[in-house]
Ligand binder design. Sequence first.
Ligand code: IMP
Ligand code: MG
Length: 172
Amino acid sequence: MQPFELLLDQGTLATRIAELGDEISRDYAGKAIFLIGVLKGCFVFMADLIRHIDLSVEIEFLTASQFRKSSAPTELSFQGGPEVKVTGRHVLVVEGVVDTGHTVQVILKSLKEQEPASLEVVTLLDKPGSHRSKMEIKYRGFSVGNEFVIGFGLDNTQRYRNLPFVGRMSES
Ligand code: IMP
Ligand code: MG
């Protein structure tokens, strides 16, 4: 038996991601946007999302893998290096899942210092019951409970990112 159960199937994910892309395309109509994906969990969602955004789009990735729930965050690093700048740009941070919100908060704080033209978050999954502080998440695919989710880019100890659906780890 698999150690997980189905939470969101492929069709449900595809429909909602298309809606998010349409919403973003409408909200930023006439503008160029800069999508910054938070590795590694963003990568499947972001690949699908950008194909539903009908705007001028540039992408970048950043790594925040040193974050742990209880520890102070360490440095963020752009895949494109320290020369990546967001000043004056319309920035959308792309996350796979927001849990406590620490990761997103640190990223937003850091990016704000560069004075982007606008700065918002799009996350496939959000766990509002786990947030440790007030969060501004403009675009969310789905709200889920305080459960550990996997698949569609999200891992449990680096496994299961390849599952084409979102599952929840079973109680064992
Ligand atoms: P934060 O607690 O919002 O800072 O989330 C930190 C990171 O933990 C996320 O970007 C994910 O990489 C990971 N994470 C949190 N909850 C889950 C989950 O349910 N499944 C897989 N990864 C998770
Ligand atoms: Mg992880």
